[in-house]
Ligand binder design. Structure first.
Ligand code: FAD
Ligand code: NAP
Ligand code: SF4
Length: 674
């Protein structure tokens, strides 16, 4: 066992049972429990993580009744019939010697179903339905529903339950004044508002007996106005312990909070200081959460006493063997979650099955497999961007003999530009992962070689894969050759110097990223927790309820205009769960967003535009072109003309709406079949 992670990998004795290590797989709603045949798939998905040695798995949220579902027809556990499906999961996990708790989640006013309920009839800013106020009798029934649900979970073979009391869901709605305006015994003073969770825990403990894990997820930092104060958090934690919980897990931020808590901009382990503050106040184990994505940061949190356990959720989509690799001293082989949300949360919020940008097998374990080949082939891959790298690494892992060519001096393709954006430093980890995979699986890497048909003539191969990616689109604008015009590659990769006043043409993902890059100076807030909390207005002293304070943002390093031809809101096509962050971040930096712009010409005076019928000149030092991309497929076209059989993947296949999710997905599916 690796000495480097000895604190993380130390067993945790809960009295009646021992967890094999300090790593908890946090709850994630994958949608698997809500599709036909989904429980069979979920069983394989969880069992793979158990096999990968995670200490304790928490399932996605399961509602204790009809009103509390995430959305209409959402997963619930309310009767004996539903128990049978859950047994598939518990059996599969126990066969791998794993430990699993089912999360009981009542969404309250966050439910996307018309019969939603809450302590008070106050609509959530992120829901279009208004909840009905629970009557006193209905409160008692709901508490009983939680207890019944826990008993059914026990019957289904779970080792325990997690009672979801954070992120702004029903229990959290009872706890704070913001959402609880009741005047009866469940409203008013704090003691009344916390009665609901405490009765649930007490009654559940009485029903399930002493030898059943009860994790309570406690909202330690609401990040909304009229949220809990720190004194209240401590009081609740003590009461939760007395009521019979085994473990307290941390909750950070309500879903309606306007502070990013898990996106890639959040520093690694950036909220562990919150759990640390509660250490010593209770005698049961505490779990730190959010943006813990490497074994090193997880070990540091446990070793320095910030928490007794760590919760990692998305990192187990990215790599089911996270713990196993750490245990075997192979942490550099972990496929790191880059916190992009693109294939996990963004999928959930658009009613698609979750997966992972860097691991398309996640939640598709029964469909996409990388079996060893019986007939090793010689495979050549052209282009070492995300598509080429994924294809090379998986093909070689399957036993093929792979050579990858790259025109540039390093592997990574456009991720070499993504990783320099403040807040996207994690993207370097994907390149690190592939670098190690290529080495492990003995892929021959030929850098600084722009492949031509002639080079390929000299090679012997059975399969040829073109993954040559994209090149920036250069729009036709008079003056586009002016020296003050740069494209995003020149700015981000070649590091050409950029003046103090800049206009960016194109407000897609890359335009936003370039604006972020040009606005920042000095250390990225994503690499400095204190700076991050200051910039987003998180009150680390807990002086205000909900722990909110005024953001203190460093002024932008430049005067920046972000332009687009179309109308409407900037960034509306960015990720569902991250677009608002990019917009808010640039607003804090005072980036000027102009829509409905026509580009007339570029000259010494600047960029001449027509906007809403009015002519104007943006008197800028530089104009940076971020106007989309075009496929680099001339090599493919030449080879096809010569009658060669070639595979085409990633940006080279289609530049439109290309992202790394699609590039890696296509590569993985091709590599699985070769
Ligand atoms: P590329 O990454 O373009 O790689 C192609 C490779 O082929 C290059 O390394 C190139 O040098 C090489 N090559 C080309 N021709 C030849 C040849 N003839 N011989 C040898 N080698 C050749 N996507 C997301 O999903 N999420 C994000 O947050 C995100 N952020 C981004 C931020 C920035 C600043 C940028 C620029 C891109 C971002 N992207 C993001 C887009 C993402 O990086 C691309 O979708 C992805 O890189 C496409 O992968 P690819 O392998 O198809 O192409
Ligand atoms: P994009 O999202 O397609 O945006 C291109 C922008 O250029 C648009 O704003 C478009 O808007 C403008 N444009 C297009 N043709 C133009 C022309 N001829 N003249 C002037 N303007 C033109 O492409 P991108 O920003 O290059 O990003 C590429 C891909 O990388 C994206 O598809 C994205 O998925 C991915 N990416 C994702 C992220 C992320 O955070 N998830 C970040 C970066 C990149 P108008 O037509 O309105 O002017
Ligand atoms: Fe992490 Fe992105 Fe994968 Fe989600 S899609 S698990 S955020 S790498």
């Amino acid at each position: 066992m690796s000495e480097s992670f000895k604190n993380l990998l130390a067993p945790l004795d809960l009295g009646f049972t021992v967890l094999k290590n300090r790593v908890l797989m946090g709850s994630m709603h994958t949608m698997l429990e809500e599709i036909p045949g989904g429980f069979e798939r979920a069983a394989v998905y969880y069992a793979e993580r158990a096999k990968g040695q995670v200490g304790l798995i928490i399932t996605g949220g399961i509602s204790p009744n009809e009103a509390g579902v995430v959305a209409q027809h959402g997963a619930k556990l309310t009767n004996e019939n539903e128990v049978e499906k859950h047994k598939l999961i518990t059996k599969a996990v126990h066969e791998e010697n794993g430990t699993i708790c089912m999360q009981i989640l009542h969404t309250g006013r966050y439910s996307y179903n018309q019969n939603l309920v809450a302590p008070s009839p106050i609509q959530a800013p992120i829901n279009f339905f208004t909840p009905k106020e629970l009557s006193l009798t209905e409160i008692h029934t709901t508490i009983d529903d939680f207890v019944k649900c826990a008993l059914l979970a026990q019957k289904a073979g779970y080792d325990g339950v997690e009672i979801m009391g954070s992120e702004g869901y029903l229990i959290n709605q009872f706890i704070v004044k913001r959402t609880n305006h009741r005047t009866d015994e469940y409203g008013g003073k704090y003691e009344n508002r916390i009665k609901f969770p405490l009765e649930i825990i007490k009654k559940t403990r009485a029903a399930v007996g002493e030898k059943f894990i009860i994790v309570y997820r406690l909202s330690m930092l609401d990040l909304v106005e009229e949220g809990s104060s720190w004194t209240e958090v401590v009081q609740l934690a003590k009461e939760v312990e007395k009521a019979g919980a085994t473990i307290i897990n941390t909750g950070i931020g309500w879903h309606e909070a306007r502070i990013p808590t898990i996106a890639t901009v959040v520093p690694r382990g950036g909220f562990s200081w919150v759990t640390e503050k509660l250490m010593g106040e209770v005698n049961i184990p505490l779990v730190a959460v959010n943006r813990i994505n490497t074994a090193e940061i997880a070990e540091e949190i446990i070793a320095t006493g910030k928490a007794n356990m760590v919760s990692l959720a998305r990192p187990f989509l990215a790599d089911p063997d996270f713990v196993l690799k750490a245990k075997e001293g192979r942490s550099e082989e972990i496929n790191t979650c880059i916190a992009c949300n693109q294939a996990c949360l963004d999928h959930t919020f658009t009613m698609q099955i979750s997966s992972c940008l860097v691991n398309p097998r996640a939640c598709h374990e029964t469909e996409l497999n990388y079996s060893k080949t019986a007939m090793p082939k010689r495979i050549i891959i052209v282009g070492a961007g995300p598509a080429g790298l994924a294809c090379a690494s998986i093909s070689a892992e399957r036993g093929h003999h792979v050579t990858i060519y790259e025109a540039g001096k390093e592997i990574g393709g456009q991720f070499n530009m993504a990783k320099v954006i403040p807040g996207k430093e994690e993207y370097a980890e994907t390149i690190r992962y592939y670098k190690n995979m290529l080495k492990k699986h003995q892929v021959k890497v030929k850098l600084n070689t722009k492949v031509t048909p002639e080079i390929l003539e000299a090679e012997k191969f059975d399969e040829l894969i073109i993954a040559t990616g994209v090149t920036p689109r250069i729009p036709i604008i008079p003056g586009i050759d002016h020296p003050k015009v740069l494209n995003y590659v020149e700015v981000l990769y070649n590091r050409k110097s950029v003046g103090k006043k800049v206009a960016i043409i194109g407000a897609g993902g890359i335009g936003f990223d370039v604006a972020e890059f040009l606005a920042h100076e000095g250390i990225s807030p994503s690499l400095n927790t204190k700076k991050y909390m200051d910039e987003w207005g998180v009150d680390m002293q807990h002086k205000h309820p909900g722990s909110l304070t005024f953001p203190h943002v460093e002024a932008s390093a430049r005067e920046i205009y972000l332009l687009k031809r179309s109308g409407g809101k900037h960034g509306k096509d960015l990720g569902k769960t991250t677009g608002w962050i990019h917009r808010a971040s640039l607003k804090l930096k005072n980036v000027q967003m102009l829509a409905n712009v026509q580009y007339l010409k570029i000259d010494d005076a600047g960029l001449h535009i027509l906007q809403n019928g009015e002519n104007g000149i943006l008197n800028v030092d530089n104009v940076v072109i971020c106007a989309g991309q075009e496929s680099l497929r001339s090599l493919y076209d030449l080879l096809k003309e010569n009658g060669k059989s070639v595979h085409l993947i990633g940006g080279a296949k289609l530049a439109n709406e290309l992202d790394a999710k699609r590039a890696i997905y296509e590569a993985a599916h091709l590599a699985a079949k070769l």
